[in-house]
Design a protein. Sequence first.
Length: 534
Amino acid sequence: MSCKVMSRFVITGRRLKGELCPQGAKNEALQVICACLLTQEKVVISNVPEILDVMKLIELLQGMGVQVEHPAHGEFVFQASDIDFAYFETEDFYKKAVSLRGSIMILGPLLAVYGCGIIPKPGGDKIGRRRLDTHFLGFEKLGATFDYNSSEGYFRASAEKLKGCYMLLDEASVTGTANIIMAAVLAVLVLAGLTGTVYSKYYKTGYNKGMAIASGFYFSSDYMAVLEDTKGLAMDSVMEEIVKNHLDTIVSSANGTPWMGTNVYDFHIKIRNFDNQLLYNDKDLNVEYRVEFMLLDEPKGASYSIKFKDVTKTLEWKNGRGDAVSFTGELPGGGLSADQYNLGVAMLDVGEYVPARVLMAAYPTGPDYLVNTKCIAGIVKANYEEREFKIEAGSGFTVTKTTEYENDWKSAVDSESGFVYQLITTGSYTGTGNTSTRKKIRLKWRSDMYRINKNDEYYIHLQKEPDFNDKYKTEVDDNGIKWQVMEIEVMPYASIKFVLFRNPGSGTEPGFEDVIAGMDKTAFEKSVTAEVIP
């Protein structure tokens, strides 16, 4: 029996020793620097990494009116005592902010302190889609509103007053979390000021139940608010009385995100025993409750259902009115607790779909001393907007987004053995898997410059189709240039990366290096194009 000896490396030399000071982390530095906008006092930050992105952010803050001192290497002093809001409308602000993805984090502090903020769509490294949804959904939960002007390329956010709340983010976003915390920090301070007052009523009276009710036990929801004047509201006919006497005073909500990749839009309705993480029901305020759902409009093009745990109930329209369905539950006190109900709107026919309003109401049914003391109610509807399918202006070679390309485009191109072309699409769609909405794209590249990666999933899929030669073909334009054309189907609201390798050419045919030598920057950027097939 023989044994095979593994290869090995023998490292010899002197024993390593010494000291080093670790450089501060870039992403954390960007967050901490933006947090300086939360106060007008001087803020001293040490161990700041003096790298390009960090210095860009500091220059941006200086343009905004922040006073910056640099007494030593890695040490900066910031004072945001006089913000110049006129600067936000300048071209200089736009160029600096759009070149740095971390610039999005000035928005949270500006909302917290000034109630408004503006930022262009940030650039930075292109690593996948890198959504900004989390930032804005978090701001909305705090009470802010925002819009995006596509012609200007600006996000604008505003809020009369931010209110702290409990929220669960739909993705694990580090910068999104930091931005939301910075927006919420002053709102949380206000809540903390109120908390002492509320609990002092409990403990000064030996936690008297009557005082607890007078102070208000905590019972809330994302989509429902306290219904005023609930005295005399008959709990056995809540929905009827709300429709008759309170419908015009109820908070109404619509979906904040578009339908994407599914035939069902879900509203996550939470019934909670707290107003926020500081204010919740104490240990002997376990709340039993009942929640009801009812259609206010006849459903068209969709069906509606409510799911709680393993039970699903359908919302039906009978004899010209909605038929209410109900669930019961119990929220234990002594901590934060919540029950989640899923209101599902299942699309049956997009062409016939008309949003139907759903009325919701929840109220305590026990202990006895809480009955008829509070009712929360709300209305939701799932709007569906057919958005135009189009290719985003940000589509193109990823190398063109680099600083090296801006400084010397040919050197940046020469250093690449292959090129990534990122296709970004927008639009709206329903369905999943084979039933999902797909749109046709015509991707073409100069065949004398590039060859497609043979492992590309779209290319492989296309090879299996019977009309492959019709969808993957060579065309010659009026200037005699050969283009390789690939017609594919993609989903709206997607980010797809295609890898193209250099064509080395041959003795009789030119290759990448021959063609690029006579090209200018614009011609290179147009050497791969994509268009929507009507």
